[in-house]
Design a protein around this ligand. Structure first.
Ligand code: GAF
Length: 383
């Protein structure tokens, strides 16, 4: 593996737009085969590809001015975090018995990294989609999603669920996905937020427990399922457990494990209730589920952090904010806020200054729109 200082400008043969995602509600439910409500957003990567008729792959981020190159071989060497998202996809493609040649890829981004809006899934799915087109691999969209998730599980070492990759690929403009993470059945719910907008407040912190704690939350849930299965063999995931059944384990599980499971069961219910609120157009009610979700993540699932809690608490007495919660895996990243549009500027100014006073950290704020998943542009006259 070699660092790359720059890449020659080239006419792309394939271009891909690969978006980040938000999740309205349903956090840490995907790997428990439950429900979530994500959508892709109008912040994305643009990846340009061309074949280079060699066995060398060159990847360069025009935005961050970093790059690397590697040679195609059976056993790929591991690199740094962002390199591994790419290498992991190439590795999965090879393991699927598909053959690719050398390629050049340059990447432009307006997607903040480490903000919990899944720049990693955008990168994995963007690379997988681009190589699929460039080398006619014949993968369908669901195969791209699963291969990208597997790349993250195997190569990067994060046992993530399917939500991020699924929404990055399959979203529809101006809609939210009510996603059943077990069956992958979806309902596209119109994102009718009336006079409100979705505002992200980026704490600009990324506590480094994130990966290990994420994997240990998942392991806790799986341990609980194994125990419940002994009495209820049909239980395959927390999705199959109802709250009355869980209560029977209150004294048999540690308090921590019991609380983790309770959070997941409650969050699954909240997603379905919140979907109803949206269908009825009741944004206040929808927002109250966002606050409940945050409380569960903070106190039962314990994946929040003081910076996220501060931002959610700060919003509570503002009648123009209907809901606020941490988003994504946790331990940093963004809060998602459902806020009346004409109040955004003043609120951002106020909360930024309170956040700076408290933590001496600059807050970043940006509103996002639900947008379409992966877009593919093929300049096939060159292929
Ligand atoms: C991360 C993971 F990648 C998702 O699969 C999901 O579990 C999320 O955290 C929490 O809801 O984004």
């Amino acid at each position: 593996m070699k660092k790359l200082e720059r890449i020659e400008k080239f006419e792309p043969q394939v271009q891909i737009e690969s978006p980040g995602r938000i999740n309205l509600i349903g956090e840490h439910t995907d790997y428990n085969e439950g429900f979530a409500m994500p959508t892709a957003i109008d912040k994305k990567l643009r990846l340009e590809f061309r074949r280079n008729d060699s066995d060398t792959c060159r990847i360069y981020s025009e935005t961050f001015k970093i790059g690397f190159e590697f040679k195609l071989r059976e056993e790929l060497e591991r690199g740094t975090d962002w390199e591994n998202y790419i290498l992991g996809v190439v590795d999965q493609i090879q393991k699927a018995g598909k053959s690719i040649g050398g390629f050049d890829c340059s990447i432009h981004s307006n997607l903040p990294v480490g903000a919990g809006i899944s720049s990693s899934a955008a990168l994995e799915c963007g690379i997988a989609s681009g190589l699929n087109e460039l080398f006619s691999l014949g993968l369908n969209s669901l195969e791209i999603v699963k291969l990208s998730q597997q790349a993250e599980n195997d190569f990067v070492g994060s046992n993530c669920g399917i939500m991020d990759q699924y929404s990055s690929v399959f979203s529809k403009q101006d809609h939210l996905i009510l996603l059943d993470c077990r069956t992958l059945d979806v309902e596209f719910i119109p994102a009718n937020f009336k006079n409100c907008k979705l505002l992200l407040l980026n704490t600009n912190v990324a506590h480094n427990l994130a990966d290990s704690e994420y994997n240990s939350r998942r392991a806790d849930c799986e341990k609980a399922v194994l125990r419940i299965q002994k009495d209820y063999p049909k239980v395959n995931a927390l999705r199959d457990v109802d709250i009355d059944t869980l209560v029977q384990y209150k004294d048999r599980f540690s308090k921590t494990i019991y609380q983790r499971c309770l959070y997941v069961l409650e969050e699954n219910q909240r997603v379905l209730q919140a979907a109803n609120s949206l269908r009825k157009g009741n944004l206040q009610e929808f927002g109250s589920f966002m606050y409940q979700s945050h409380e569960g993540l903070q106190n039962k699932y314990e994946v929040s952090c003081k910076e996220l809690d501060f931002l959610v608490d700060y919003s509570r007495d503002k009648d123009f904010i209907y809901g606020s919660r941490m988003m994504g895996g946790g331990f940093g990243g963004c809060t998602l806020n459902l806020i009346e549009e004409d109040k955004i500027d003043n609120y951002v100014e106020e909360v930024s200054s309170a956040y700076r006073d408290k933590f001496n950290i600059k807050l970043d704020a940006f509103s996002v729109l639900p947008d379409a998943g992966t877009q593919i542009i093929i300049n096939d006259y060159r292929l």
